[in-house]
Write a protein that binds this ligand. Structure first.
Ligand code: GDP
Ligand code: MG
Length: 597
């Protein structure tokens, strides 16, 4: 396709502002998909994405569009992941296109992810077309939201397109704006091949599928390609585009977006952001800014049933084939036996992987406390990256510890500002900025990542009744007084419950945890002390009283079915428990004990 007839764009939006619905309408309006095949949220393909209404992988669709000027255009839409865990993927896919539709819900206005995503688009030098969505709703207020876009983001929104992705109003205008306001890509057909690896995933039939954006040169079936990050070479067996199902084509030229397959065995062998060229007469100049994404949150995954360890190994290695940002290594815990220490891009990523193991592979899991990576500076000058509190070296050998910090941006209506400030303060935050974006306050906090990875987002949602939005970036490491807190149940340390805490908060956190555990652990025939300790020093203690009677006693003997039901229930409850010494601890205790409220 001629460069002047190509438009590549993405849609950026805060969650629920209508990105997927708008993409559906664009696909439908251009008859890219026959009406009978149209289903909602066409681009959100993975089950979990569909269920939770989030997009995790970048998805793409090629749309043929005959514009009002009578010319035929090829529009490539890349739908980027909307969640902060996948910010790196977003930034890469943004580099694969020249423009963005900035979708803002006209009943809501600009939110934290609107800002985070639009800044990524601005960073990637995009032309940006503002789109005000949901104008069919009575609460729509386009003038106010347009003004807010101008004030907060600083782009002209006077010509913003007014759209209802639900009813289809404004869809044609949106397509015209893509053609007329976004630039055509640039590139040189005669130069050596230079293509960006935008994304990759595993397909059971075709092996690894690689999404590419051609910058220069031409890619054809049968070509031998080279990945510039590691020099590996592969013969290309298929190239094509997404409409949105795969369709083979003869070649991909400059400015085009499509896929290739090249008998690549694992997603691990492909790196998002890498440059692909020809093995012979290739370019020597890689695209700038390539860096692999790094896991930031770690936790242990253990099978509830020890006998399922091999099944878990199998499940984890299969999932890892398809997800290069997910890392794992074997871990043994005195309390939990064999399992894996896994690294994730963030908490959502963790949940997605855990859900998939439980659902697709039918393995019940115990998830241990999520932890960030601490830098442990030893007295001898060595620095250890600590992924697991259980591995914390002897304190006498440690000089100091550093923890990762983030810059968090929160947008919230005035009424809830006080609660948000309190929450951030409670989490050891340092306020950096407080401004107003229209009718909403925008606060910027410097926070320890550790205080955020776990339940911060849930707490934020709950104290603001869902009205706050939140986004963050990692900033760096800073020294602080951090200690390892251990939990002892019936005088036995339970390593899987160890956490790193700030020295000044240790007592408060320890007390909260033992109180929680007292509620979470069922009574036994004997009394059970539950303690929190730092080194050898006990900082909090509760005692779980012994069980008084058999639970079936309250059935007054008579009703045998009811009695059996109760016993069955007890048995089922047991299955999700693990024994520690003489004590059964339920699966949920490992996560719930950490929740602070
Ligand atoms: P995304 O998270 O940005 O992809 O948002 P979705 O496309 O999933 O939309 C979120 C919700 O808003 C869904 O329930 C949609 O049906 C609804 N929605 C999207 N666009 C419109 C619109 O123009 N009008 C109305 N009334 N609802 C819309
Ligand atoms: Mg969506």
């Amino acid at each position: 396709t001629e460069l002047s007839k190509i438009r590549n764009f993405s849609i950026v939006a805060h969650i629920d502002h209508g990105k997927s619905t708008l993409a559906d309408r664009l696909i439908q309006e251009t008859n890219t998909v026959a009406d009978r095949d149209m289903k909602e949220q066409l681009l959100d393909s993975m089950d979990i994405e569909r269920e939770r209404g989030i997009t995790i992988k970048a998805n793409t669709v090629r749309i043929d569009y005959t514009a009002d000027d009578g010319q035929d255009y090829v529009l490539n839409l890349i739908d980027t992941p909307g969640h902060v865990d996948f910010a790196y993927e977003v930034s890469r896919s943004m580099r694969a296109v020249e423009g963005s539709l900035l979708v803002v819900d006209s009943t809501q206005g600009v939110e934290a992810q609107t800002l985070a995503n639009v800044y990524q688009a601005i960073d990637a030098d995009h032309e940006i077309v503002p789109v005000l969505n949901k104008i069919d709703l009575p609460a729509t207020d386009c003038d106010r939201v347009a003004e807010q876009i101008e004030d907060v983001i600083g782009i002209d929104a006077s010509g913003a397109i007014r759209v209802s992705a639900k009813t289809g109003v404004g869809i044609r205008e949106t397509l015209e704006a893509v053609v007329n306001e976004l630039p055509a890509p640039e590139g040189n057909r005669d130069a050596p091949l230079k293509a960006m690896l935008v994304d990759s995933w595993y397909d059971a039939y075709l092996g690894v599928i690689v999404l590419v954006r051609i910058v220069d040169g031409v890619l054809k079936k049968g070509d031998k390609i080279k990945m510039m990050s590691n020099g590996s070479t592969h013969p290309v067996d298929r190239i094509g585009v997404f409409r949105p199902e795969m369709a083979a084509i003869d070649e991909l030229g400059p400015g085009e977006i499509g896929f290739l397959t090249a008998s690549i065995k694992q997603v691990r062998d492909t790196r998002v952001g890498d440059t692909i060229t020809h093995e012979k007469h290739g370019t020597t100049e890689a695209l700038p800014g390539f860096k692999p994404s790094q896991p930031v949150v770690f936790c242990g995954l253990f099978p509830v049933d020890n006998a399922e360890f091999e099944d878990l190994r199998d499940a984890i290695s299969k999932l890892a084939l398809n997800d290069a940002s997910f890392s794992y290594e074997m871990e043994t815990s005195a309390a939990l036996g064999f399992g894996f220490r896994c690294g994730f891009l963030g908490l959502l990523h963790l949940e997605v992987i855990r859900d998939r193991i439980e659902r697709e592979y039918n393995i019940e899991l115990i998830t241990t406390a999520p932890s960030v990576i601490y830098h442990v500076h030893m007295r001898d000058g060595e620095m250890i990256q600590l992924h697991n509190p259980a591995d914390m070296p002897d304190l006498t050998l440690v000089d100091h510890l550093e923890e990762p910090r983030i810059k968090a941006t929160i947008l919230v209506p005035d009424d809830y500002l006080g609660d948000v400030l309190k929450l951030c303060q409670d989490r050891r935050g340092i306020q950096m900025d407080l401004t107003y974006a229209g009718s909403r306050a925008m606060v910027v906090y410097d926070l320890p990542l550790n205080e955020v990875v776990f339940d911060f987002y849930d707490r934020l949602k709950s104290v603001t009744k869902g009205y706050a939005s939140f986004d963050y970036q990692m900033t760096g490491y800073r020294e602080d007084r951090l200690v390892k807190m251990s939990i002892l149940v019936n005088d036995e340390p339970v390593d899987a419950l160890s956490t790193m805490v700030h020295h000044d908060r240790a007592e408060q956190r320890g007390r909260a945890m033992v109180e929680k555990l007292k509620d979470l652990i069922p009574r036994h025939m004997f009394k059970i002390p539950i303690q929190a300790a730092i080194g050898g020093r006990i900082i909090a203690r509760e005692t779980l009283a012994a069980m008084r009677k058999d639970v079936t006693a309250k059935c007054y003997g008579g009703d045998a079915t009811r009695k059996r039901k109760l016993l069955d229930k007890q048995k089922a409850g047991k299955k999700k428990m693990r024994q520690f010494g003489k004590v059964d601890i339920p699966q949920e205790a490992f996560i719930n004990a950490l929740k602070m409220d």
